[in-house]
Write a protein that binds this ligand. Sequence first.
Ligand code: GLU
Length: 501
Amino acid sequence: MSSKVRVRFAPSPTGPLHIGGVRTALFNYLFAKRLKGDFILRIEDTDQTRYVEGAEKYIIEALEWCGLPYDEGPGKNGGFGPYRQSERKHIYKEYAEELISKGHAYYAFDTSEELDGHRKDHEAKGKTFIYNWHNRLKLTNSLSLTPDQTKARLDAGEDYVIRFLTPQDQKLHLTDIIRGDIEIDTNILDDKVLFKSDGMPTYHLANIVDDHLMKITHVIRGEEWLPSLALHQMLYTSFNWETPQFAHLPLIMKPVGKGKLSKRDGDKLGFPVFPLSWNDSVGYREAGYFPESVVNFLALLGWNPGTEQELFNLQELIDQFSLERVHKSGARFDPDKTKWYNHQYLQQKPDSELASLFQPELIERGISEELVHLDYLEKVVCLIKERANFVSDFWELSDYFFEAPKTYEEKAVRKQWKEDTPKLMADLITVLESISDFSSENVENTVKQWITDKELSFGKVMPPLRLIIVGAMKGPHLFDILSMIGKDNSIGRIEKALSTL
Ligand code: GLU
């Protein structure tokens, strides 16, 4: 294809974007950027009954947070706007009428009660009612009525829909970049409604009219739209328009068991399924994920680079992405892996940035001013981040840098606090008091020298000291901690332990 690549992400604002939707947006974005094309956001809001206030704003904010800006869309006109279908209402009717005049569509006057009746009759006989070649001439439409009867009904202002006249006895050859060739027998298809009695187009009509008018070259969307492909291709053919290329992305599956990951799974399974929070459902952003890790793990849900590489920044994804490497089968969602990704990105962040992210929590916890200075926090973060997946893990991993332990881990006390421990610790206070340069290295050398000179054992000094300073048998190199909290605090904590343990 010689024309400029143009793709669109076309969500319906019926609620928050599910991460599957974000993945669709991401794959569109990557595909467009790799081929120096345009990424368009189109809001498909023709179904007014499903419209949810705030959903469009949410979608835009989610794309922004993920770092996937659109080139054209609401608020960014690129010459093909408006980009909200509700603002394009006036466009669609003439296209539906064009199809009627070309003999590819027809008016249908059947009421919903009549159609319900047909459905029930069929069900009673163990059959399914489909509005198509099989029965369309027995129903109330411009094919079964005379032109005069049809005109009279239209003139009388009777409610009608416009249905597509699916050709009979044809084999359609569809092509999908990911799924290859698909053959469909038109006799199994129903005559879908293109235009509704409320004066609005259905998704099918609006979608292909807009893709045509917006010069979309590739339609990349979720697998749930694959069943619509036959109709869409027939519509392009009926209008005599060039058909874009299609790629239907694999579903994202639940972590265990069967079925696709649904919007409700998040609350049920305890991990976010939305990029940003929505009502009571916590989003990835609020759960403490970095957008880079969300983009990275989503990219690998359904696509693989063909190498062992797992960590990709956005530019690397753009450089390596191709639809040919997207697979057909569902991609199982692994919540532990998402944490692993966040862990990786957290390790890569500069300590100064992590310190700034940590600081507000400490202020909120009422930690004294001299301890929330960024240079102190940078040192703390550097010592503990290795064990953290999220900035929100920092406090639990580092509280002893900010305050003396309030309790001591019981099991450790039983194991480490021996009869001679108080005496050893009291002597250690004297040793620490004598140190003027309280650097980690110097404290370590002095304490070790004392242990050796007095022929003490390391096992009798170091574990109880850790228990006293940290409150538990965890944390980084103990002398680093002593040096960080300083001489007075170190001695103070030993004294406190001596009086309480
Ligand atoms: N409005 C549809 C949706 O909500 C778009 C499907 C398509 O991309 O064609 O997913």
